[in-house]
Design a protein around this ligand. Structure first.
Ligand code: NDP
Ligand code: MG
Length: 386
């Protein structure tokens, strides 16, 4: 029986993980769940799955949760960063689902690595900020990272059955292209928050949905792939595939191109990661290929969506620059969601941040977090000055 802590159980990945766990009561039990703002959903999840520990944002929400569930059962209720960190490293937990969105997930994910856990990694921003530190710590502390991001999960599945890294010519990450794939630059400057949140294929949290619309999501994924698979970034390409049926390819030196196909539903990669190295049911049917006869592919439009190239550029500039990229992006996306800046200003701000500042290379997580908070403040001041 595996005992699971879910960091971010109230989010899209967290809920989908519980949907898969629900299918396998003989294989998994939930040790801990966590929310940030959604205490009602956390209570509903806790009453169903009876975790020993639950974590929420602050003391007020912890008290509220206690009041709501005390007549059902009495778990330990923790709050704040120390609580998230506790469930990531507790001895009782074997598997940690890293599904907090953004940089807030970095420290708990790192804790899980340092404690040698099996980590189901959704939180790509942690990897973009501190990929090399995370990968080094995985080997040092014998932790196992299984990617949940659908593209990386696909590549992991392919590489796992064709293990020689030297035989890989390139990795091709597929991208839906988001809701604005066929827009002109003029049309893009007027898009609304609701339009940007209306992803054609995937139902996800707000931040990653905006990242998909700007193509920054693919940029973050290119960096994530370079670290996870130890592949030079020049060997990672992006291909627009609007139907989101093929979840990336690996091209081998003999000319073979291998891919993984599935309906766009995160329960598939989540169940692979949960079951690894075994396969378990996800609740999703296999593709009906006779209905999938319109699979198309195209190159990304880098003029319309500059974020993808900014990510390549930041990676080649070094780790301090990927922290800037991520911090400036998180601040810019938040400002767009709050209707403070237009959509097309997201890449402009990130570009200014990347060109303006050059902090020293971080050598540990404390350095990473210090650069992250400095860059957030600086990006906010760029927004205030405009
Ligand atoms: P959501 O916004 O749906 O969920 C985020 C989760 O993190 C929620 O449980 C939220 O709590 C919690 N959270 C938010 N901020 C904090 C914080 N400061 N401290 C602690 N917890 C916090 O995001 P997704 O599930 O869509 O994405 C999660 C991660 O997975 C992201 O890094 C994303 O890039 C990645 N990912 C997601 C995919 C998807 O299909 N959704 C696909 C591939 C990767 P609450 O809701 O209670 O406020
Ligand atoms: Mg993805």
């Amino acid at each position: 029986m595996r005992a699971i802590s879910i960091l971010g159980s109230t989010g899209s990945i967290g809920c989908n993980t519980l949907n898969v766990v629900r299918l396998h009561p003989d294989k998994f039990n939930i040790f801990a769940l966590s929310s940030y703002t959604n205490t009602d959903l956390l209570c509903t999840q806790a009453i169903e799955f009876r975790p020993s520990v639950i974590v929420t944002k602050d003391a007020i929400s912890a008290k509220k949760i206690h009041g709501l569930i005390k007549n059902t059962y009495t778990p330990e209720i923790l709050h704040g960063l120390s609580g998230y960190r506790f469930i990531a490293r507790a001895n009782e937990a074997t598997d940690i689902v890293a599904a907090i969105s953004g940089s807030a997930g970095l420290l708990p994910t790192m804790d899980a690595i340092i404690h040698g856990k099996k980590i189901l990694l959704a939180n790509k921003e942690a990897m973009v900020m501190a990929g090399s530190l995370m990968i080094d710590s995985c080997s040092k502390f014998n932790a196992k990272l299984i990617p949940v991001d659908s593209e990386h999960n696909a590549i992991f599945q392919i590489i796992h059955s064709n293990s020689d890294n030297n035989a890989i010519n390139k990795i091709i990450l597929t991208a839906s292209g988001g809701p604005f794939r066929d827009f002109t630059i003029d049309q893009l400057s007027d898009v609304t928050v609701d339009e940007a949140l209306n992803h054609p294929n995937w139902v996800m949290g707000k931040k990653i949905t905006i990242d998909s619309a700007t193509m920054m999501n693919k940029g973050l994924e290119v960096i994530e792939a370079a670290y996870l698979f130890d592949i030079p970034i020049e060997k990672i390409d992006v291909l627009i595939h609007p139907q989101s049926i093929i979840h990336s390819f690996v091209e081998f030196l003999d000319g073979s191109l291998i891919s993984q196909l599935g309906y766009p539903d995160m329960k598939i990669p989540i169940s692979y990661a949960l079951g690894f190295p075994d396969r378990i049911k996800s609740g999703i049917e296999g593709i009906k290929l006779e209905e999938a006869n319109d699979l198309t592919f195209d190159s990304p439009d880098n003029d319309l969506f500059p974020c993808l190239n900014l990510a390549y550029q930041a990676f080649s500039m070094g780790m301090a620059s990927t922290i800037i990229l991520n911090a400036a992006n998180e601040v810019a996306v938040d400002a767009f969601l709050k209707k403070i800046i237009p959509f097309t200003e997201i890449p402009t701000l990130i570009n200014s941040a990347l060109q303006s500042w050059a902090p020293n290379k971080p050598s540990n997580i404390e350095d990473v977090l210090a650069i992250d908070s400095e860059m957030r403040i600086k990006t906010m001041s760029l927004i205030a000055k405009r």
